[in-house]
Design a protein. Structure first.
Length: 173
């Protein structure tokens, strides 16, 4: 059936081309939410890397939110063949989740470096997956953690706001 439809469209397009008329018929690819989600997860990794690199320099910056948003949306659209409201919502959830992952990974890396410097042979993997237990060993309370994650989310929102607004505006057209 699909082959027959494509053949009919091709014949109609050829007829228009022979009469020097613009070709009005196109076949839109339907959005693939699963592949878009995979793409968004892959794209968000760039934002995680930028967030960690900036945090290792001792800063929290909105550029990490911009990078994460741009790469998340770009890869969703690339692998998902477009984006819908559902896709925008999925990307926003991924950005929120991966910002959290980046923050915890950044703290885990600090704990790892401290342990390595003091003669221990830690596993970054174990520290990350047992983050709150490891955090409790090195910090007295969660005030710095909460402050830093709120700042990171705030800067990420600032960085991502324009990109998300543009995507929503594009969908309304």
């Amino acid at each position: 059936m699909n082959s027959e439809v494509n053949n009919n469209i091709e014949k109609q397009n050829n007829n228009y081309a022979m009469n020097n008329q613009p070709t009005p018929i196109t076949v839109d690819k339907k959005e693939n939410v699963l592949m878009g989600t995979v793409g968004a997860l892959i794209g968000s990794l760039a934002g995680v890397i930028v967030t960690i690199l900036i945090s290792q320099l001792g800063f929290i910056a909105s550029i990490s939110g911009v990078v994460m948003s741009l790469c998340t949306f770009y890869m969703y659209e690339k692998l998902g063949h477009g984006i819908s409201k559902k896709g925008v919502f999925i990307c926003i959830l991924i950005i929120i989740g991966m910002t959290f992952v980046a923050h915890n990974l950044s703290y885990s890396l600090e704990i790892y470096k401290y342990l390595s410097k003091n003669g221990f042979k830690p596993s970054l993997f174990k520290i990350f997956f047992n983050f709150y237990e490891a955090y409790d060993l090195f910090y007295e309370d969660y005030s710095y953690y909460i402050r830093d994650i709120l700042m990171l989310y705030g800067f990420s929102i600032l960085g991502a706001f324009g990109i998300i607004r543009n995507k929503i505006t594009e969908l309304k057209k």
